[in-house]
Design a protein around this ligand. Structure first.
Ligand SMILES: *[C@@H]1O[C@H](CO)[C@@H](O)[C@H](O)[C@H]1NC(C)=O
Ligand SMILES: *[C@@H]1O[C@H](CO)[C@@H](O)[C@H](O)[C@H]1NC(C)=O
Ligand SMILES: *[C@@H]1O[C@H](CO)[C@@H](O)[C@H](O)[C@H]1NC(C)=O
Length: 249
């Protein structure tokens, strides 16, 4: 019975880590550093100011999260932390749309400037429309599938406190969760590096800069790692309690 406590705790940890991947950015103050990528417009704003002597009324930073997009302004000297951060409503299919975000800001401030006059590269928007948003949505679905299997593992673990030998079955559910987490993590990792490279490649000329820190990656890959490890522990726990019971009866 006690042998299932450790793997049970591990599975609960993985469940929470996976949930955090999806919940980052739900509000402006909730895990703001765990974005998939950040779009920094400081360079574009500086260039605009140099050529027109007027401020370009757009946000300094647009952060992409699994279920939202948040935008904010640097507090001073174009450096972190961010202030006046606003986030889009939480969505099951969150689409990152740089050109709409910029255009929306310009229109809100009644700016005569438009994306054409900023020479905003259409290729960036097209790449998100055609693949990145969809790929992230597929990753999102695999996170949900992982949560489903983890939920089953956790419930199963509670049951197997009484029937220890059933712990072995948990390995099957844990493997399904591991596969889902592997796919979701691989997709977000690939989209992250490809999208950042594309934005810097096509937007660098007008002063757009994209980047990411490693926190989201650390979160999603540690969920996968702990889950894989828990599979082993579940297996050993089921095997041991089976032996104990075998000798009892
Ligand atoms: C991370 O987020 C916190 C707020 O939760 C902020 O105070 C801190 O400066 C951020 N760190 C970095 C490196 O951006
Ligand atoms: C934002 O971009 C500007 C210029 O493109 C750069 O100097 C600045 O360091 C960037 N800020 C961050 C936090 O990456
Ligand atoms: C964008 O602005 C330029 C001038 O800044 C103007 O000539 C052009 O018609 C505008 N385009 C649209 C689609 O509004």
């Amino acid at each position: 019975m006690y042998s299932t406590i450790l793997p049970e705790l591990m599975s609960i940890t993985v469940f929470i880590l996976t949930l955090l991947c999806l919940q980052a950015g739900h509000t402006s103050t909730y895990m703001p550093n765990y974005s998939i990528l950040s779009l920094n417009t400081t360079g574009l704003k500086d260039a605009y100011y140099t050529s027109t002597q007027a401020d370009l009324p757009i946000h300094d930073i647009y952060n992409l999260y699994m279920m939202t997009t948040c935008s904010g302004y640097w507090s001073s000297n174009s450096s972190p932390p961010l202030e006046d951060v606003t986030c889009s409503p939480v969505s099951w299919y969150s689409k990152f749309s740089p050109s709409s975000l910029l255009l929306n800001d310009l229109q809100t401030h009644h700016s005569p400037t438009n994306l054409t006059s900023l020479s905003f590269p259409q290729g960036i928007q097209d790449a998100f429309d055609q693949r990145f948003n969809l790929q992230l949505h597929v990753a999102f679905i695999f996170y949900i599938i992982a949560l489903f299997w983890l939920g089953i593992v956790i419930l199963w673990g509670l049951i197997t406190c009484w029937w220890g030998v059933l712990g072995s079955f948990a390995v099957l559910f844990v493997s399904s969760a591991s596969t889902s987490l592997l796919i979701a993590s691989a997709i977000t990792t690939a989209v992250q590096s490809q999208a950042v490279a594309l934005i810097n490649d096509e937007g660098g000329a007008i002063g757009l800069q994209a980047g990411y820190n490693n926190r989201f990656l650390a979160l999603t890959w540690s969920a996968f790692a702990v889950n894989s490890l828990s599979g082993l522990v579940w297996g050993v726990a089921g095997f041991c309690s089976g032996l104990v019971r075998g000798s009892e009866f």
